[in-house]
Design a protein around this ligand. Structure first.
Ligand SMILES: *Cc1c(COP(=O)(O)O)cnc(C)c1O
Length: 411
């Protein structure tokens, strides 16, 4: 990759039309990419082109449009397979997003393998979408959810993790990069330790996928779930990667068209992978748009972007740490893209509201990680999250906005 070329953030910003708009009379400072990323023009154009020129259902028609739509749909699958270095296209299943991917595994693999008294391991920093599906499964099955604790910096306690694994452990499901803390978990070690005990691992890749190169074969994870909309693609589309042997052995998720080979009232034969898990007409435009997003990040180079973001995070951390009365939540050694913080005496919601009057978009609240907030004994944080289209000037605007927030609340 072109890693010694300096990262040209101004050129990148020109690709994202929304970054030109104003909010409340100020230029938009978008620091909420962990909630959803903005979309480059190429993705927007691809969606328009799909509906303008080739809209048709996939996998069914003999007519030209249907074939073109199918070619683009399956072409996007290949792009996604390459993006995460999966072995086969059949291991790429299109879902609605990370949430649906995790629910799919819980309701198929989980239903098949988790019985009374069995255990599923998650961590204290999981997004609700990597908590609740397992909780629902465990409740239904009389199984138990075990939680890996974390330290005050927001890092997994790996010794405790290893101690939690026992013969009743059926699955480990851990976030790769925490959306609330920015912690990058040692995913490869998490997988290796589980595999020593014969336990498969799902990685929640919702945040890692837009911020670092991901290689599922190198990680050796069994499942990897992510969302298109955090990877500069459309909403409503995501990917579940699974190793072929596991996917083959799993029952279907939903029943309907496309997931079958033949149907009689006596018996249905299920389709081959990946179609077995893609019932019904898929989000064709979303898939093709996500393919365009993959083309876009490949052109930028995720490694390049990650290096630039790392610099930005370091700068932001230094700037925020220098502010009196500000406390950072999430101070892991290995971190990316997230600055979660508290201001003494001011509720995070109020911070977000004052910053919005200056055109600065951050997220405030529990970030769908209430058990993590309970761990830190706080109700919420203010979170600025970065993408490769952010600049040091925007960090400066945030710092200025924080000073103004203190002023507003000291009156
Ligand atoms: C956003 C997010 C999810 C959920 O993704 P959806 O797109 O809402 O399905 C899960 N885990 C993490 C870490 C996230 O950041």
């Amino acid at each position: 990759m072109t890693s010694n070329k300096p990262f040209d953030v101004e050129a990148v910003r020109k690709d994202f039309p929304i970054l030109n708009r104003e909010v409340q009379g100020n230029p938009l400072v978008y620091l909420d990419s962990a909630a959803t990323s903005q979309k480059p023009q190429s993705v927007i154009d691809t969606l328009v082109r799909y509906y303008t020129e080739i809209n048709a259902n996939v996998h069914r028609g003999v007519h030209t449009l249907s074939q073109e739509a199918t070619d683009e749909y399956e072409g996007a699958r290949i792009k996604l397979r390459k993006l995460i270095n999966a072995k086969e296209d059949a291991e790429i299943i299109f879902t609605r997003g990370t949430t649906e991917g995790i629910n799919l595994v819980a309701q198929t693999f989980g239903a098949q393998h988790v019985g009374e008294g069995d255990e599923v391991i998650i961590s204290n920093m999981e997004h609700h979408s990597n908590v609740v599906p397992w909780q629902m499964l465990c409740d239904e099955r009389g199984a138990h959810l075990r939680v890996v604790p974390i330290n005050d910096d927001g890092e997994l306690l790996m010794d405790e993790y290893e101690k939690l694994i026992n013969p009743r452990t059926k699955l480990v499901s851990i976030v790769h990069l925490s959306n609330a803390l920015g912690t990058i978990n040692p995913a490869k070690d998490v997988v290796a330790i589980a595999h020593q005990h014969g336990v498969p691992v799902l990685l929640d890749g919702a945040q890692s996928i837009p911020h670092m190169p991901v290689d599922v074969q190198d990680l050796d994870c069994d499942f990897y779930a992510f969302s298109g909309h955090k990877l500069f693609g459309p909403t409503g589309i995501g990917v579940l990667y699974g190793k072929r042997e596991l996917l083959e052995a799993m029952p279907p998720f939903q029943g309907g068209g496309d997931m079958i080979k033949s149907v009689t009232f006596e018996k249905t034969l299920y389709n081959d992978l990946p179609y077995k898990f893609e019932a019904g007409t898929p989000h064709i435009a979303g898939v093709i748009g996500l393919g365009a997003a993959v083309d876009y990040v490949n052109a930028i180079g995720l490694e390049n972007a990650a290096a630039y973001e790392h610099e930005l995070l370091k700068y932001g951390t230094e700037q925020l740490e220098a502010i009196e009365g500000l406390r950072l939540i999430g101070t892991a050694q290995n971190k990316s893209s997230v600055l979660s913080f508290l201001l003494e005496g001011i509720h995070p919601h109020d911070i977000g509201t004052v910053l919005d009057t200056q055109g600065i978009a951050i997220r405030t609240g529990h970030h769908c990680t209430q058990p993590l907030m309970q761990r830190f004994q706080i109700p919420a944080t203010a979170r600025a999250s970065l993408a490769f289209y952010n600049t040091k000037a925007e960090i400066d605007a945030l710092v200025e906005g924080i000073h103004k927030t203190f002023e507003v609340f000291s009156l």
